[in-house]
Write a protein of this length. Structure first.
Length: 439
């Protein structure tokens, strides 16, 4: 989705040249996926923004801060604006229909996107082929999902408890763990990994067949270290602890990379529970002291806490946190990373005066969907970290020596070992907050 938004914002900032000092800043923020900055900037500059760009920015804020009802309303207003152009119609249509789907009406999402596709079909030659492909794929996906009441959660009282164990993963001597949940898919028992860094639920090909998932006629692409083809399937019932959810979508794909060492790690991730389950529940607490995930009926996070989560263009979470004298970092909170995480090379100027950077003797190996990647890194110890004003120190974390191919607007990520520095970590995905507790 990142490429689609890029093509639109470039045209917008060129159009509104009369107020470049404000409008170009907004265009740059949207170009680079800097949604926290955009939200703050637009809250304090409401009188100096061009009306169309103001509406566009507010639509993006609603979408990326998980406010789908508001996002659909504002995207609809954009599509009815006389100032909209062809690229905007395609890009806004894709975003709007993803929010209609998120609200549970996949049939309407398919119909709406089909109507948009029909309107722009005579002008295909002027559009990027990736936009056209994304439209066709999403129409097929929404049509296939429309026959199901997707992620239909069985009602529970004030809370539902989901016990977990910490299982060792990987093959080296460094202690690395993953959150394992014992659950059932269509009545078949199997361990599952709870992964806050996964944008979708994932299951291996062999398990999807063995557990009787309904395969849908939709081919998809999953992104991780690289790109990998996947199929869409539905688990008619998923039970984890005291929680049952019906009609749960899974991406079905081969989860092994072909690298022997990496696959000793990836073999533990044959079923992954990701973001859409979290957003179905909305209010989640990972309680490390009692080794359970708690699905709450309401938020346990104080009302005074401001949002510090947003979605990335790729549909995974961005966490706003801080180190040193209020220096902000945008990190992916990823319990699927068994270590403390890592920082990208752009953070080196911020930490080099405070920490000793020592180039490691070995490369850092990262594995995930699409393969493996290796990078030289600096070994950094005792890194301060503050989330919602709650502070801790990460004992050790690698900092990449060179920029990744595409960091998607992140300064790095924090893994499960960092999560476990806290007693519990709560999520309110209605207000988009991740809130840790030390005691």
């Amino acid at each position: 989705m990142k490429k689609l938004i890029l093509s639109v914002i470039i045209s917008l900032t060129a159009a509104f040249s009369y107020a470049q000092s404000v409008d170009e800043k907004i265009g740059t923020m949207m170009n680079e996926g800097r949604w926290f900055e955009l939200r703050e900037f637009m809250e304090t500059n409401t009188d100096s923004i061009h009306p169309f760009l103001d509406l566009y920015g507010k639509a993006m804020i609603a979408h990326f801060f998980n406010q789908p009802t508001t996002a659909v309303e504002r995207c609809s207003d954009l599509l009815n604006s006389p100032q909209i152009d062809l690229a905007n119609v395609a890009s806004i249509g894709l975003l709007m229909c993803s929010d209609i789907s998120r609200l549970g009406d996949n049939g309407q999402a398919a119909l709406t996107l089909e109507a948009i596709d029909t309107s722009i079909k005579p002008y295909y030659e002027y559009l990027d082929s990736s936009i056209i492909k994304a439209i066709k794929t999403d129409i097929a996906k929404y049509k296939a999902l429309s026959t199901y009441n997707v992620c239909d959660i069985k009602p529970f009282d004030s809370k539902a408890i989901i016990p977990f164990t910490l299982v060792a993963v990987g093959a080296d001597s460094t202690r690395q763990e993953a959150i394992n949940i014992d659950g059932y898919i269509n009545g078949h028992a199997h361990g599952m990994t709870f992964d806050t860094g996964a944008g979708v639920n994932v299951i291996s090909d062999s398990l999807a067949i063995a557990m009787g998932l309904d395969f849908l006629n939709v081919d998809l692409t999953a992104g991780g270290i690289g790109l990998q083809s996947a199929r869409l399937a539905i688990a008619r019932e998923l039970t984890i602890g005291e929680l049952t959810i019906r009609n749960v979508p899974f991406y079905v794909m081969t989860l092994l990379s072909g690298n022997d060492e990496a696959d000793k790690y990836l073999s533990h991730f044959q079923i992954v529970i990701g973001r859409n389950i979290m957003e179905t529940i909305k209010f989640i607490t990972i309680d490390f002291a009692n080794k359970c995930i708690i699905a709450n009926s309401e938020s346990d996070i104080p009302a005074s806490i401001k949002p510090n989560l947003c979605l990335s263009n790729e549909g995974i979470y961005k966490l706003l946190c801080y180190t040193f004298e209020g220096i902000p970092m945008i990190l992916n909170p990823d319990t699927g990373d068994a270590f403390y995480g890592h920082l990208n090379s752009n953070m080196i100027p911020a930490i080099k005066n405070r920490l000793t950077l020592q180039l490691a003797a070995k490369n850092l190996r990262m594995a995930g969907a699409g393969g493996v990647a290796e990078s030289q890194y600096y070994e950094v110890t005792d890194l301060p970290l503050s989330i919602c004003g709650v502070s801790t120190t990460i004992p050790e974390i690698p900092v990449l020596a060179s920029a990744p191919t595409d960091n998607y607007g992140y300064d790095g990520r924090i893994g499960l070992a960092t999560f476990m520095l806290f007693r519990k970590v709560s999520f309110d995905l209605s207000r988009m907050i991740m809130y840790p507790t030390l005691h």
